[in-house]
Design a protein around this ligand. Structure first.
Ligand code: HEC
Length: 102
């Protein structure tokens, strides 16, 4: 009985697949799954820190010599330590994508 039930479920779900496959044009699939590209430091990562970590971690700030946030190396060096200060989920995701990719 249980085998029959799972066979039925399998058939239903397979049909479901076929329906969505034939209904979805390829262009739609591409927009649903954006390509993962490394976020750009200057235009996507730096502005996060510029908005939140001024003046200390920027030119003239008291920790600029030790931890300049206008340099990509500082961000990769500090890595997830930054998340003790950056709590916003979207910002964390961007930074994580930046850190994860060579
Ligand atoms: C008011 C000044 C100030 C601001 C604003 C500031 N910091 Fe800092 N930050 C410091 C100082 C001072 C230290 C300690 C430096 C040392 O180790 O001597 C520090 C150290 C750090 C460290 C290394 C120490 C650790 O926790 O492991 C990180 C990472 C860091 N800051 C991230 C940030 C981030 C991210 C922001 C913005 C969201 C930020 N900071 C904003 C002053 C500041």
């Amino acid at each position: 009985m249980r085998a029959l039930l799972s066979l039925m479920l399998l058939t239903i779900s397979l049909q479901g697949c076929q329906i969505t496959d034939s209904d979805a044009p390829e262009a739609d699939m591409n927009t649903l799954i954006p390509p993962i590209t490394k976020p750009d430091f200057a235009t996507e990562i730096k502005p996060i820190f510029q908005a939140r970590c001024q003046p200390c971690h920027f030119q003239g700030g008291k920790v600029y010599d030790k931890m300049p946030f206008d340099k990509a190396e500082t961000i990769t060096r500090l890595g997830t330590k930054l998340f003790t200060r950056i709590k916003d989920e979207k910002e964390q995701r961007l930074i994580r994508e930046f850190l994860d990719q060579p």
